[in-house]
Design a protein around this ligand. Structure first.
Ligand code: HEC
Ligand code: HEC
Length: 162
């Protein structure tokens, strides 16, 4: 009585696998590699989502890392060696690092050397969110535009479909 279940189980397993692959393929433009470095994840993911490095150009990350003591009203400072390590990771994976599939789209309309420090002030981000209503921004579980996970449940894994 056990035997017929085996091919069935294998069938479900294969179905599950192909669904995962499909999901990834469909996500296409919605996927931004999340932070993979454990130090960056820990130091930059404790107060908010560890933001995807590909959403800002290298110069923005460098300026931000140069003044963590005054980090949007918070003190996010770390020791110099850790800061250098984080900075290397973020700049190596930045929008203009040359290895980002969507880097070009994020840089359209900005001077890469003098871009905003906020992802939420990048023209590409503003364009993607122009249809989001004031009422949605004011919902109490959202609080701030930087609270990506309130609306993008898959953001930690790099998925930004709505
Ligand atoms: C002590 C808490 C804290 C830590 C640690 C911290 N941040 Fe932040 N960060 C904030 C706050 C507060 C804001 C402003 C959020 C808002 O506007 O709602 C912010 C905003 C940001 C933004 C702009 C978000 C936007 O509006 O687009 C970026 C990018 C960012 N942080 C990157 C980092 C990086 C990189 C690190 C690690 C070096 C880091 N943060 C560590 C508190 C922190
Ligand atoms: C209030 C809810 C809300 C918040 C908060 C929010 N988003 Fe979005 N975001 C949306 C919606 C809704 C869309 C889809 C807009 C559309 O389809 O017209 C979207 C679209 C996007 C897209 C485009 C996805 C695609 O279709 O390729 C990206 C990337 C994105 N958001 C990133 C972010 C990031 C990063 C943050 C945080 C810094 C953030 N969002 C915060 C609601 C939100």
């Amino acid at each position: 009585m056990n035997i017929p279940y085996r091919p069935l189980a294998l069938g479900f397993l294969l179905l599950g696998l192909s669904a995962a692959v499909l999901q990834r393929a469909q996500a296409g433009g919605h996927y931004y590699a999340p932070v993979a470095d454990p130090v960056v994840k820990e130091e930059c993911g404790s107060c908010h989502l560890a933001f995807a490095p590909a959403m800002l150009p290298a110069s923005s990350w460098q300026r931000m890392m140069g003044d963590l003591q005054n980090h949007f009203g918070d003190d996010a400072s770390v020791d110099a060696a850790t800061a250098a390590k984080i900075s290397r990771y973020l700049t190596a994976n930045a929008a203009d690092a040359g290895n980002q599939r969507q880097g070009g789209k994020w840089l359209r309309g900005v001077d890469a050397g003098n871009a905003p420090l906020r992802i939420t002030e990048m023209p590409k981000w503003v364009r993607e969110h122009r249809k989001v209503s004031d009422r949605e921004w004011r919902q109490k579980d959202v609080r701030t535009k930087a609270n990506c996970v309130a609306c993008h449940a898959g953001a930690e894994k790099g998925y930004y479909e709505d």
